[in-house]
Design a protein around this ligand. Structure first.
Ligand code: PBG
Length: 332
């Protein structure tokens, strides 16, 4: 075979792969523990650590155990946790009034954790689904999800969460106008420093199923969320939503789910140049963890690869249930 001497062997790509020192020297992206946000499920009770069957290794924690695990995460260098409440069925109603109870599970957990570990950032979801008898993120009249009525309630929920000590609010409701209304309300109430990470590109995905198990919201869901979450065949629409949320006062934006939507992450980051996050959601976690548990994938390398791809796509940070495991492997 004739060699094409115009490039080979003068250009041997393998020279740059010769050993780990050289590979590291030229590596284009780094995954660091400071990139990670850890989502945690909380529940009522004392000393509860209840396994979630569809999420191997993830638990519903009572507040006392939340304190232990959050402090452990902090000691590993994780700087932010995102809390999600799994509340008792009798508190889930059609008017979702538990969402605006200042002493509900999530607000209590936030106050207690902030008091115990003030340096740890706390992110809270702004949405009604944990409190909704219909399982939806907005108020449901039996027929439609009511946009403007929901937005009014989300603004109240957000203020109460900010008062409880939340550093970052994540409106995940996908109602129109929620980011602007929440921002205005925060400003009016003097919460000038509360950050908003808008779920600007949140798709109606099959990959949220284990999360809905974790919140005990799966069997409750009436219909689907397609009238408010995005159609997964769209990409331009994600740009429009992101543009809108930034104009309405979002500090950071998020794409969700994660790895199957890296094209969206890349487009948002290159178009807007704003802090861009991705949520490696419950279904992605369960797929990877399921394969690890079966011995089909190697734990450390599979987790690392599943997270590094977000950095390559331009994300600044990642919400991931692997956060503590990833923090440990990154310190090795
Ligand atoms: C709901 C919410 C969902 C997730 C985060 N916030 C589920 C949904 O929209 O039905 C999913 C996260 C995950 O799957 O890990 N507001």
């Amino acid at each position: 075979m004739q060699r094409d001497n115009s490039y080979y062997p003068r250009t041997r790509s393998r020279r740059l792969r010769k050993n780990s020192k050289i590979r590291k020297l030229i590596s284009e992206n780094r995954l660091e523990v400071s990139d990670l946000i850890w989502p945690i499920f909380i529940c009522e009770g004392d000393n509860v650590r209840e396994p979630i069957s569809s999420m191997e290794g993830v638990y519903r924690l009572s507040i006392d155990n939340l304190l232990k695990d959050a402090q452990y995460a902090h000691s590993l260098g994780i700087s932010c946790v995102a809390l999600f409440p799994s509340i008792n069925a009798n508190l889930k109603t059609m008017d979702c009034k538990e969402a605006i109870n200042p002493d509900n599970l999530i607000n209590t957990a936030t106050k207690v954790l902030k008091n115990k570990c003030p340096e740890l950032l706390i992110m809270l979801d702004v949405a009604l689904d944990p409190f909704n008898a219909s399982g939806h993120d907005g108020l449901f009249d039996g027929n439609r999800i009511l946009n403007d009525e929901t937005v009014d309630m989300l603004a109240q929920q957000a203020i109460i969460q900010a008062r409880s000590g939340a550093d970052i609010l994540g409106p995940s409701d996908m109602m129109d106008g929620s980011v602007g209304k929440i921002r205005d309300t925060l400003e009016n109430e003097g919460f000038f420093e509360t950050l908003i990470m808008a779920y600007s590109a949140k798709y109606a995905s099959s990959l949220y199923a284990p999360f809905r198990d974790a919140l005990k919201a799966k069997s409750k869901l009436v219909g689907d969320k397609k009238t408010y979450q995005m159609d997964l065949s769209n990409s331009d629409e994600a740009m429009r939503n992101t543009y809108r949320d930034l104009n309405e006062g979002a500090d950071m934006v998020m794409v969700k789910p994660g790895a199957p939507y890296l094209d969206i992450c890349y487009r948002i980051k290159t178009t807007f140049g704003v802090p861009t996050f991705s949520y490696q959601v419950s279904g992605e976690y369960s797929m990877i963890m399921g394969a690890i548990k079966n011995g089909w994938l190697d734990e450390d390398t599979a987790i690392f690869e599943s997270l590094m791809c977000f950095k390559r796509a331009g994300c600044d940070g990642i919400l991931t249930y692997f956060a503590p495991k990833a923090a440990v492997l990154l310190s090795k």
